[in-house]
Design a protein around this ligand. Structure first.
Ligand SMILES: N[C@@H](CCC(=O)N[C@@H](CS)C(=O)NCC(=O)O)C(=O)O
Length: 215
């Protein structure tokens, strides 16, 4: 059955791979699954056809036969549960890997998103100067804790898993801020993720979309 995902027709990051379709592309590449991409404009994302797939009018979505789902965490979990390579077979190890998926999306990502909002959308507010350092500290706390847990290990819990895929994807959003460089073990962890052939293929595929010239 053909897998179709949605992605930005033109990503606001210009192809840096930070839009969330890259996470899904990466998971599909790790699992060795071919997929098609339907590109959507910001306008189309808010129209009924797309809202039927994604009630919040965002990308990515995932369609396979009569299944249509949204939310990158759910999509990556679905891929990982049905194909080898992203979750361990042992039940407890699998539960721990899924825990890291949730930790990436529920604990580490929220302050990182908040920092993006503080730096860009709220930049002109009179209080922006005071707020940004506060949010940066809110980003640093889970990073310190994550770095302590990772230690010298290659991945978060044994072999590379969907937990690492989402954690690396989330941490990548910090590169521009310079905060990642304060945590050399996390910077090296992210670099290991980016060095995976599946990540490179996913990155190249989204870049090809964003580098093309629109009519
Ligand atoms: N929690 C959702 C977030 C989805 C999301 O925010 N997608 C962004 C792209 S990375 C989007 O579509 N933004 C366009 C908009 O909000 O209009 C997920 O993980 O899939």
């Amino acid at each position: 059955m053909t897998i179709t995902i949605t992605a930005f027709e033109r990503s606001p990051d210009g192809g840096k791979g930070l839009a969330r379709d890259t996470r899904v592309r990466w998971a599909l590449e790790e699992a060795g699954l071919p997929y098609e991409v339907r590109l959507v404009s910001f306008k189309a994302m808010k129209e009924p056809a797309h809202l039927a797939l994604h009630p919040f009018g965002k990308i990515p979505t995932y369609e396979e036969g009569d299944l249509a789902i949204f939310e990158t965490g759910a999509i990556v979990l679905h891929i990982a549960e049905h194909h080898a390579g992203l979750l361990p077979k042992d039940a407890n190890a699998r539960a721990r890997a899924i825990t890291w998926m949730f930790a990436a999306l529920n604990t580490v990502e929220p302050p990182i998103m908040e920092l993006g909002i503080a730096r860009i959308q709220e930049a002109k507010e009179p209080w922006a100067q005071q707020r940004v350092p506060l949010v940066m500290d809110r980003v640093r706390l889970p990073l310190r804790q994550l770095s302590a847990r990772l230690g010298d290990a290659e991945w978060l819990d044994g072999a590379f898993s969907a937990g690492d895929l989402l954690m690396v994807s989330v941490l990548l959003r910090l590169r521009m801020s310079g905060i990642l460089d304060e945590f050399p073990s996390l910077a090296a962890y992210v670099a290991r993720g980016e060095a995976r052939p599946a990540y490179k293929r996913a990155f190249a595929a989204q870049l090809a979309v964003n580098a093309r010239t629109l009519p």
